[in-house]
Design a protein around this ligand. Sequence first.
Ligand SMILES: C[S@@+](CC[C@H](N)C(=O)[O-])C[C@H]1O[C@@H](n2cnc3c(N)ncnc32)[C@H](O)[C@@H]1O
Length: 211
Amino acid sequence: MPSSPNRIENTSPGTSFGLFWRRWISDPKGIGAVAPSSPGLTRRMAREVVLRAGEVVVELGPGTGTVTQALIKAGIPEDRLILVELDPEMHAFLVGKFPKALVLQGNAAELDEILPPRWRGRVSAVVSSLPLLSIPMDVRRRIADAVFQVLAPKGHLIQFTYSPFSPLRNAVPDLKSERTGFAAFNLPPATIWRYTTGGDGGKARPRPAAS
Ligand SMILES: C[S@@+](CC[C@H](N)C(=O)[O-])C[C@H]1O[C@@H](n2cnc3c(N)ncnc32)[C@H](O)[C@@H]1O
């Protein structure tokens, strides 16, 4: 029976790797990593997430779904996950792999516009694999702003990076940054950052104009 365009039935790890490499060859900067995230990194990211009653978890740049799987393994129900992936082929793959999650194809910088309105301000955590180091600083600012527009008051942003420095330093004035983990055996080794703002979920801050 033919598959629908959004359902990909073969979701074996081999398929994930093949997809990752294929997309990396076609757009290395957009993918921004030389290999899928390692189990050590995804486990460390997932343990930073606490889902509160009546809220959801948003994942940005899920790629082949390695962090998504770790979140589910850590106890986040699949139907409380919203994934935002820019790449159409990765998006179609994720729709097939996580049928109970809401998988949106879109730009993380527009998260506050593409997230269904009922979840705005009801996001416990945003977990990001976005390649921020290859994204210009003004776009990083827009991403951070969009994230803090939708986070719940006690919500936080989890981001990994290959740099020893925070990829969001100087991006948002009142951002509190905390280094929470290091995955030495990831390729390349990765640091995990946890970001919060003053506690209003960023809603008090006016959105910067599009550049
Ligand atoms: C480092 S890779 C994902 C790694 C993932 N943890 C894995 O193991 O497959 C980064 C992902 O972010 C996606 N991406 C890049 N820019 C994006 C954007 N502005 N909005 C949403 N997704 C984006 C890429 O398409 C890619 O799938």
